[in-house]
Design a protein around this ligand. Structure first.
Ligand SMILES: [Zn+2]
Ligand SMILES: [Zn+2]
Length: 163
């Protein structure tokens, strides 16, 4: 990667990023000035500017709302449903990704070896979190409803005895 300010060459983004400090300019400012000048990078879901990370613009502004929409749209595109945990092919997908990457059938261990910045990691992690949340939600709601109706029944009994 060549610094467009002084033409010095760098092996990777990190090198360039560190070097830019010498020019007193942030990676984002550098990008906006020398790589894509005068472009407003609009979030794909709202009017905010896209989030800038690791030398490039992401597809959204990274607000909670837009991340949610992004996850949903990725899931819709890839799995044909909003919630990946609903889809049985997700497990298979995880295995395939891991096998391809580490050539091992041991899903659980290799998942934690995945580069945490890779799209595979984000994808799998998202699938796991969604599944966990759904399980808790289902369990909690059911327990709660039975508790609530239990209390109501007891209150009724009590008022009948009292009057
Ligand atoms: Zn430079
Ligand atoms: Zn947004």
């Amino acid at each position: 990667m060549i610094c467009k300010i002084c033409n010095k060459n760098f092996e990777n983004l990190n090198g360039l990023s560190l070097h830019l400090r010498k020019h007193n300019i942030s990676m984002k400012e550098y990008y906006d000035t020398y790589i894509e000048p005068n472009v407003f990078h609009k979030c794909m879901f709202c009017d905010n500017e896209k989030s800038f990370k690791k030398g490039k613009y992401l597809s959204t502004c990274c607000s909670e709302e837009c991340i949610k929409k992004l996850i949903e749209s990725v899931n819709m595109e890839k799995y044909g449903c909003k919630n990946v945990a609903q889809n049985a092919s997700v497990r298979a997908k995880i295995s395939t990704v891991l096998r391809k990457k580490y050539n091992t059938p041991d899903d659980k261990i290799s998942f934690w070896k995945l580069d945490k910045t890779s799209t595979e990691y984000a994808e799998i992690n998202n699938a796991i979190i969604k599944k966990r949340t759904n399980t808790i939600l289902t369990k909690y709601n059911v327990e709660n409803i039975s508790q609530v109706s239990d209390i109501k029944a007891k209150k009724k009994e009590y008022s009948i005895l009292k009057y």
